[in-house]
Design a protein around this ligand. Sequence first.
Ligand code: MBD
Ligand code: FE
Length: 284
Amino acid sequence: MSTETTASAASSGNAATDRFRESGKTSSLTVDVERVNLLASKLIKAANDIVLEERVSYDEFNALKAWLIKVGADGEWPLFLDVWLEHSVEEVATDHREGNKGSIEGPYYVPEAPEQNSPATIQMRDDEKGTSLLFQGQVRSTDGSALPNAKIELWHADEEGFYSQFAPNIPEWNLRGTFIADAEGNFQINTMQPAPYQIPTDGACGQLIAAAGWHAWRPAHLHLKVSAPGFELLTAQLYFPGDEHNDDDIATAVKPELLLDIQPATEGTGVQTTYDFVLDPVAK
Ligand code: MBD
Ligand code: FE
């Protein structure tokens, strides 16, 4: 059986739901009663306004109820929220930054991927398909100084658009790694160019996309977390010029500053790209 025939929305959705539960993101959760009151009231009012303005019918109300139940059954709440809401949360969280633009984390990050010093090759299968990509650059502070031994976490889909740990039959840490830059903040990572990614079409999110006449595509992207002690963690995605979905990403997560400059490899086959990251110091 190929990966393609066994991957399903419910298995990747439930894996993403489990991952979120294990992430620690909810362990110290306390939202003030005033904020819950404000935000929940606004959300409920916005939904009621839509019903009244658009004269929503009982059939439409029941379709919504059935669909919301299916989102949970398919484990697709992380997917739904990361695709259609996280980009605004990311915008609010990072709008004070002077350094690098970031982007959403998405549902498929796994912490503590195997660590290697740069230069390094990410874990991949012996017969990993696709185009080799040499990804290199430097990590600096907003004041221009290099950040020695900065940490770069990289994860991305394979040539078929599948992520390890969220699709079946892929080695655990395939195309995932943690890389330590050199004393001048320089890094060199050998990986493969990822394919455009289609969010699962056979689950609740796919059902919504089909019912609304939308498309399910994200442009090809690299996911990154770049960090150094004393600096704000940068969560970002980088994109490939010419991808037809750079202008209509279903997750609204493309920014012009995040487009790579892809060149033919100067050694060996494939392509290479240089991208420098600029981190903001943590405010004192
Ligand atoms: C992805 O690979 C992704 O990056 C996002 C944001 C949503 C779904 C799948
Ligand atoms: Fe992704």
